[in-house]
Ligand binder design. Structure first.
Ligand SMILES: Nc1ncnc2c1ncn2[C@@H]1O[C@H](COP(=O)(O)OP(=O)(O)O)[C@@H](O)[C@H]1O
Ligand SMILES: [Mg+2]
Length: 420
């Protein structure tokens, strides 16, 4: 069969890699993809947000399964467009994707279905929001309703920064339409954890646990990034917690969405805070996490394509999922300055030597020029490994990274070590 993967990051390179192991798959396309995927997939120069052109492409090439990496095409209704044309695609419809693309929808959905989350209020006007702040306890968390590329959430310890956040979202309109409404919610303390499942609309099959490292500097310091590394399994996961999350969060979510006529197919990612009173949902995502996916796919023994087909066909129960008991890790190698300003177009040396240590290297921001890879983004490479224990996996990864060189290379040196 022919498979099309949409997206261009490390997560998508890992998807292409895993899909290439499926006996069923003859040909893989990546759209727009990145040059690191070229050995495994043909890259297609169409933007991931251009859903009509993508559907035209899939129709013309007779693609048998399309897999969507990022949330944007999902929130634009790519799955609906494919369904109208009878093309098979893995992911939720636009209506179901609202659980990520509207934080207000998600909060109201949780309230209605008694899914544990923090208290909240929603606002359409900045003055009402500011009025509310006068009688509230700090810290508060202020969130733009819509997609904001991970930049629309502000944790505010007092009234001044809270007002400034409201101004930037609602008056300066920093996130455009995504900031027309906001949420002010109760601040939760605890440890963060992500929990991903794959659903066919009725059933939910949990993926193995993972833990990501969001902050830019060692010791979890500095601003949030798209993700600087991950390990699987998560040191936080235990059987009781797992059962509570499935029972109080995942099952009611899948069931609630189905009963609302927003049947959820694809990957549901619950961003959780493990508080002293139990797990609470911070947000939902409707796709795989990056870089958690890289570590999870390294441990998946089953055929990923079969799982994705089971999700789209509503027949997940037929498919046994097998996981490797080993431990996996991923370190994201970036351009110094990320997540703010950074330079690109630096020649990358040592990739082959690094690979010879037995790691998997998934590309994110690279471009092939005069037969060598150059940097082209903030997150450049994902160096990943699977081993009998975490220490070995991380050693393998860091040994491999020591062979990789480019002008402004930066990565965290403590992935797998710190307890968040
Ligand atoms: N109610 C909350 N209490 C404490 N921290 C929060 C809360 N909501 C969000 N956060 C923090 O902000 C981060 C981003 O919030 P999230 O809702 O996941 O939005 P997004 O990923 O879309 O930016 C979370 O990972 C968490 O660290
Ligand atoms: Mg989040």
């Amino acid at each position: 069969m022919k498979v099309l993967v949409i997206g261009s990051g490390g997560r998508e390179h890992a998807l292409v890699w895993k899909i290439s192991h499926s006996k069923k798959v003859k040909e893989i396309f990546a759209l727009p993809g990145n040059s690191g995927m070229n050995e495994l997939a043909k890259t297609i120069d169409i933007k991931a947000s251009n859903i009509i052109e993508i559907a035209d492409f899939a129709q013309e090439k007779k693609i048998n399964l399309t897999v969507v990496g990022p949330e944007l095409p999902l929130s634009l209704g790519i799955v609906d467009e494919f369904n109208r044309r009878n093309l098979k695609i893995f992911g939720p419809t636009q209506k179901a994707a609202m659980i990520e693309s509207s934080k207000i929808f998600a909060k109201e959905f949780m309230k209605k279905n008694k899914i544990p989350t923090s208290d909240f209020q929603t606002f359409n006007y900045p003055n009402d929001a500011k009025e509310f702040l006068k009688n509230t306890q700090f810290p508060v968390v202020i969130k733009a309703d819509g997609l904001a590329g991970g930049k629309g959430v502000f944790i505010c310890n007092s009234i001044e920064p809270a007002e400034a956040s409201i101004n930037s979202i609602m008056i300066e309109k920093k996130f455009g339409k995504s900031g027309e409404q906001i949420i002010i919610e109760e601040y939760l303390s605890g440890q963060e954890m992500s929990f991903m499942i794959i659903s066919d609309g009725k059933r939910a099959i949990p993926l193995v646990s993972s833990m990501d490292y969001k902050k830019i500097f060692d010791g979890d310091k500095g601003p949030n990034t798209g993700g600087m590394g991950a390990i699987s399994p998560s040191p936080l996961s235990d059987k009781n917690l797992y059962t509570t999350i499935m029972k109080t969060i995942i099952i009611p979510t899948i069931e609630g969405m189905r009963l609302e006529g927003k049947e959820f197919r694809g990957v549901l990612y619950a961003g959780l805070m493990i508080t002293s009173e139990g797990p609470r949902v911070l947000e939902y995502n409707v796709r795989l996490g990056d870089p958690e996916t890289q570590t999870i796919l390294l441990r998946l023994k089953s055929d990923l394509v079969e799982l994705m087909e089971g999700s789209t066909d509503g027949s997940l129960f037929d498919i046994p999922v097998r996981w490797d008991d080993k431990v996996s890790g991923c370190v994201v190698v970036t351009s110094k300055g990320y997540p703010s300003k950074f330079e690109t177009d630096k020649k990358i040396d040592g990739l082959e030597r690094a690979k010879s240590l037995g790691v998997e290297i998934f590309h994110a921001g690279t471009i092939l020029k005069d037969r060598s890879y150059h940097t082209s983004g903030g997150r450049v490479l994902n160096v990943c490994a699977l081993s009998n224990n975490l220490k070995d996996a991380m050693k393998k990864i860091y040994d491999a990274i020591s062979f990789i060189g480019y002008d402004n290379i930066y990565y965290r040196t403590d992935i797998g070590k710190v307890k968040k």
